[in-house]
Ligand binder design. Structure first.
Ligand code: FAS
Ligand code: PHB
Length: 409
C-alpha cells in the first residue's frame, strides 16, 4: 500500500482511520475544516466527511468579511499565510441614506479592532490544502446518512462513499453540516428548541470583474431597497441588492442590476459606480434561526447547523469560527486532562455569542432594509435610527464593536 501522505488525492479513510477516530466531523465548510485543523494542532484525531466534491465546496460563493477573532484563529490554525498576503484590511464602513454618506470608524470606537475582506471560498481552499498536505483524513462525496449512539460514549456515523455503506466509530460527533444537514435532526425532538424569523426580502448577490468603486464597504438604504458594495480584491467587486423573497436571477439581466445599484447608491457629489462583467449571480433568502441546545450527549452542533443569521451583519462565517474555537479548546481539555468543563459549557457559551450576533444582525437588517409591511411612521423611525448611528459616537460604537466582533470569552 502506498504511503497515503504522499498522495495528492483526498486521503482514503481505510488508509488512515479504518472506521475509528476520536472526533467524527460532518461537513467540510469553514466550521468543519477549521475544527479539524484546530484539533490536529492539538494532537486530537478527527475525520471529516463531506457530501459534495472538492470543486463544489471550494467555489461556493458566500461570505467575505472576517472579524479580527476569525483572522486570529485562522493564523493559530496555520491557515493565515495567504490571508495575510491577500486579505484587505478595513478600518470602517460607509452608511448611505437620503443621498448622504457617513463613515463609521472602527479602531477609534472598538478598541483598535479592524476587519478583513477575504472570501470564504479562499478560506476553504486554504484549509483543504492544509489538511491534505498534512495527510489528514478528509473524504469528499461521503454522505453522512445517520448518526447513532449519541447517548452512549461510542457514537457512530453511517455514511455512503465510493458506492458502499461505511461506519465511523467515534468518541464524539460534531455536525458542521450546515442548515440542511442531518446533525440537527439527529437530536431527539424533545431535546431541541428552535427559534426562527423569515424576512420579507432576499439578497441578489453578484461577483463582477471590475475594481471596487470604494475603499471600504458601502451599506445603503434607499426607498427602492437596500444595496451593499463589498469586494473580493482590488480587481473584483462583490455587490448585493435587496429583492423580493420569491424573485429569480432570470429577472435580473446585468444592465438592470447595474441600473438598480446606481439608483440605490446615489449620493451628492461626484461618486461613480464602475460597471463590469458579472461572473456570478445568486439569490439568498434571509432568515434568522437558532437551535438550542448545541449539544446532546456525544453530538455537538457548530456553525450553520445550529444557527443562521441574515448576512447584513457579516456574522455567519464568523459565528461558525467562534463555535469551533470554543469546541476545539473543550475537546483538547478533555483529551489532555479529562476535563469536561468546556464540553459541558460549550452550548451555553456558544449560544450567548449566537444571540448577540442574532440581535446585531436583526438590528442591521431592519435598519437598512425597507420592509414592504412597514407603515410610513416605521420607515421614518429606521431613518432616524440610521441618522443617530451616523451622527452619535455612542450609537456608532454599537455598530463598530459588534461588527468587528466582540472578544471571545
Ligand atoms: P456550510 O453550509 O458552509 O458547510 C456545511 C457543509 O456540510 C457543506 O459543504 C455541505 O455539503 C456539507 N454537508 C451537508 N450535509 C452533509 C452530509 N449529510 N454529509 C456530509 N456533508 C454534508 N455569511 C456571511 O457572513 N456573509 C455573507 O455574505 C454570507 N452569504 C451567504 C450566502 C449563501 C447563499 C449562504 C447559504 C450563506 C451565506 N453566509 C454568509 C453564511 C455562510 O457564510 C455560513 O455562515 C457559513 O458557510 C457557515 O459555515 P458552515 O457552518 O461550515 O456551513
Ligand atoms: C461580503 O463581502 O460577501 C459581505 C460583506 C459584508 C456583509 C455581507 C457580505 O454584511
Amino acid at each position: 500500500m502506498t504511503d497515503p501522505s504522499l498522495s495528492t488525492e483526498p486521503i482514503s479513510i481505510s488508509a488512515l482511520a479504518p472506521g475509528r477516530t476520536r472526533v467524527g466531523i460532518i461537513g467540510a465548510g469553514p466550521a468543519g475544516l477549521l475544527l479539524a485543523q484546530l484539533l490536529h494542532r492539538a494532537g486530537v484525531d478527527a475525520v471529516v466527511l463531506e457530501a459534495r466534491d472538492r470543486t463544489y465546496v471550494e467555489h461556493r460563493q458566500r461570505a467575505g468579511l472576517l472579524e479580527q477573532n476569525t483572522v486570529d484563529v485562522l493564523r493559530a490554525a496555520g491557515a493565515g499565510a495567504r490571508l495575510d498576503r491577500e486579505g484587505l484590511i478595513h478600518d470602517g464602513v460607509e452608511l448611505r441614506f437620503d443621498r448622504r454618506s457617513h463613515r463609521v470608524d472602527f479602531p477609534s470606537l472598538a478598541d483598535g479592532r479592524r476587519v478583513t475582506i477575504y472570501a470564504q471560498t479562499e478560506i476553504v481552499k486554504d484549509l483543504i490544502a492544509l489538511r491534505l498536505e498534512e495527510g489528514q483524513p478528509l473524504l469528499f462525496e461521503a454522505v453522512a446518512q445517520e448518526i447513532v449512539g449519541i447517548d452512549t460514549d461510542q457514537p457512530v456515523i453511517r455514511y455512503f462513499h465510493a458506492g458502499a455503506e461505511h461506519t465511523l466509530d467515534c468518541d464524539f460527533v460534531v455536525a458542521c453540516d450546515g442548515f440542511h444537514g442531518i446533525g440537527r435532526q439527529s437530536l431527539p425532538e424533545h431535546a431541541l428548541t428552535t427559534y426562527s424569523r423569515e424576512y420579507p426580502f432576499a439578497w441578489l448577490g453578484i461577483l463582477a470583474e471590475v475594481p471596487p468603486s470604494c475603499e471600504e464597504l458601502i451599506y445603503a438604504r434607499h426607498e427602492r431597497g437596500f444595496a451593499l458594495h463589498s469586494m473580493r480584491s482590488e480587481h473584483v467587486s462583490r455587490l448585493y441588492l435587496q429583492v423580493a423573497p420569491d424573485d429569480e436571477v432570470e429577472n435580473w439581466p446585468d444592465d438592470r442590476i447595474w441600473d438598480e445599484l446606481e439608483l440605490r447608491f446615489a449620493v451628492e457629489g461626484d461618486w461613480k459606480l464602475e460597471r463590469g462583467p458579472i461572473t456570478e449571480k445568486s439569490i439568498t433568502p434571509m432568515r434568522s434561526f437558532v437551535a438550542e441546545p448545541m449539544r446532546h450527549g456525544r453530538l455537538f452542533l457548530a456553525g450553520d447547523a445550529a444557527h443562521i443569521v441574515p448576512p447584513t451583519g457579516a456574522k455567519g462565517l464568523n459565528l461558525a469560527a467562534a463555535d469551533v474555537t470554543l469546541l476545539a479548546r473543550a475537546l483538547d481539555d478533555w483529551y489532555s486532562r479529562t476535563d469536561a468543563t468546556g464540553l459541558d459549557r460549550y452550548s451555553d457559551r456558544a449560544l450567548r455569542r449566537v444571540w448577540r450576533a442574532q440581535h446585531f444582525s436583526n438590528w442591521m437588517t431592519t435598519m437598512l432594509h425597507p420592509d414592504p409591511r412597514d407603515d410610513a411612521f416605521t420607515a421614518r423611525l429606521y431613518l432616524s435610527q440610521l441618522d443617530y448611528v451616523a451622527t452619535s459616537s455612542a450609537a456608532a460604537a454599537t455598530l463598530a464593536e459588534n461588527y468587528t466582533g466582540l472578544p471571545l470569552e
